[in-house]
Design a protein around this ligand. Structure first.
Ligand code: AMP
Ligand code: GLY
Length: 427
């Protein structure tokens, strides 16, 4: 087989981790990242096309003999990037727009879960504010109110009172703060328990799980403050008294893949189930049509497989049903963010100390750009610093010892990433 040219789409730390892992794959020709960041250029050639320019990306891929496209974010998938690539005969890790609806429409995802018999929070769907307000009059609190469409992680409100619920309903359905993404809302039962991210490669009906991970979404220590895209993650995540990844996958992801295939929407990509492990068993909070960020940054370094081959076989429908090999180790990833994130934040600040990290530490770039020899901040989440160890505490300590050496004005990060795993390990 001739060498395979691969394009990674996206410009965050997840895409840096994907490019880094693909770079180690066999049979790789040239590796590109569109648009990438100041870190991806160390492992992949930059292509100056934004991730949501789906026509331009498809044209560029066809013109540049790309044999595999790996899509990081949800937006290009929801916009039909994978459909455009498949129409040109280019294999792609990521579903078409129809399959991406599992993430881009929460009400459709609920419908698929119902058809697949996958347990999820009880819910109702509304597009009329009056009807939604009437419904919540008869409910107990807290209640969860979600914009149906893509809202960059900001479309979920946990309403603890009737007044909070009313404000969330009015904001979405009358003030249209989420635009079209909030024309419909899902109101659902509040579930208590531990969250876990379960990701799997899905190739039609074949489902192969990755290691479970735990993401810390809230901005503040102790899981307080507003939700973000993710402030750090640890893998593997373990939850006492719950099933292993293979069993969870069989119960929660395989039936969904089967329903999608039955409906003529075969799915080829990564399917990510956000779980709540409740005392009554696991429930799916949401599905995402892609790798998680920051989950990818802690899962991929533990994967002892050829990602080029895994991604290509998933994309072409040839994925073998077998357990994947992972290192017997733990990775902890700490996200270094700009002051103010997830609200407004400054950019353009010089980042110091990137050369001071230990050689075994992985620093995946997100919002960074090169300015001559200086690397500057260019986003809310700036870097993910990943430490590895034989225990959760060791991985965490390695990550934090190195994160402390990287400095930019106002650098902010949580100090407690991985706390549950450390507590559970009794360390
Ligand atoms: P989602 O985008 O649907 O995953 O929601 C974002 C976050 O809101 C989740 O990671 C949970 O922390 C929280 N959340 C969503 N749905 C529920 C629910 N039904 N009960 C409790 N928390 C939830
Ligand atoms: N870490 C959450 C997400 O990728 O959606």
């Amino acid at each position: 087989m001739s060498a395979l040219n691969v394009l990674v789409v996206g410009g965050g730390a997840r895409e840096h981790a994907l490019a880094w892992k693909l770079r180690q794959g066999s049979g790789l020709g040239r590796l590109f990242c569109a648009p990438g960041n100041a870190g991806t250029t160390a492992v992949a050639e930059a292509v100056p096309i934004a991730a949501n320019q789906v026509d331009a990306l498809a044209d560029w891929s066809a013109a540049n003999d790309i044999g595999l496209v790996v899509v990081g974010p949800e937006e290009p998938l929801a916009l039909g990037l994978a459909d455009r690539l498949r129409a040109r005969g280019i294999p792609v890790l990521g579903p078409g727009a129809a399959g991406a609806r599992i993430e881009s429409s929460k009400s459709w995802a609920k419908e698929i879960m119902r058809a697949a018999g996958v347990p999820t929070a009880a819910h109702a769907t509304f597009s009329s504010a009056a009807e939604a307000l009437e419904y919540v009059r008869h409910q107990c609190f807290p209640l969860v109110i979600k914009a149906d469409g893509l809202a960059a992680g900001k479309g979920v409100v946990i309403a603890r009172s009737a007044e909070e619920a009313r404000r969330a309903i009015v904001a979405a359905l009358e003030e249209r703060v989420f635009g079209a993404a909030g024309q419909t809302i899902v109101i659902e039962e509040y579930l208590e328990g531990e969250e876990m991210s379960l990701l799997a490669f899905v190739s039609d009906r074949v489902v192969v799980p990755l290691l479970p991970a735990r993401d810390h979404k809230a901005v503040g220590d102790g899981d307080t403050g507003p939700n973000t895209g993710g402030m750090g993650a640890i893998a593997p995540a373990r939850a006492a008294g719950h099933d292993d990844a293979q069993t969870l996958c069989r119960a929660l992801i395989e039936p969904v893949a089967a329903v999608l295939a039955d409906r003529g929407l075969p799915y080829r990509g990564v399917l990510y189930a956000g779980l709540m492990l409740t005392p009554h068993g696991p429930r799916v909070l949401e599905f995402n049509c892609r790798f998680g960020d920051p989950e990818a940054q802690v899962i991929l370094p533990l994967l002892e497989e050829d990602l080029v081959e895994l991604a290509l076989t998933t994309a072409t429908g040839e994925l073998a049903a077998r357990p994947l090999r992972f290192a017997q180790a733990v990775c902890c990833g700490v996200v270094l963010a700009s002051r103010g994130y997830p609200g407004p934040y400054p950019t353009g600040l010089p980042i110091h100390g990137l050369d001071l990290v230990d050689p075994d530490i992985l620093v995946f770039h997100a919002g960074t750009r090169a300015d001559g020899t200086t690397i500057r901040t260019a986003g809310g989440r700036v870097l993910t610093v990943v430490g590895r160890g034989s225990t959760p505490r060791e991985a965490r300590d390695r990550a934090y010892a190195n994160a402390a050496r990287i400095i930019f004005e106002g650098v902010y990060y949580r100090r407690d990433i991985g706390w549950r795993e450390i507590q559970r390990a009794g360390e």
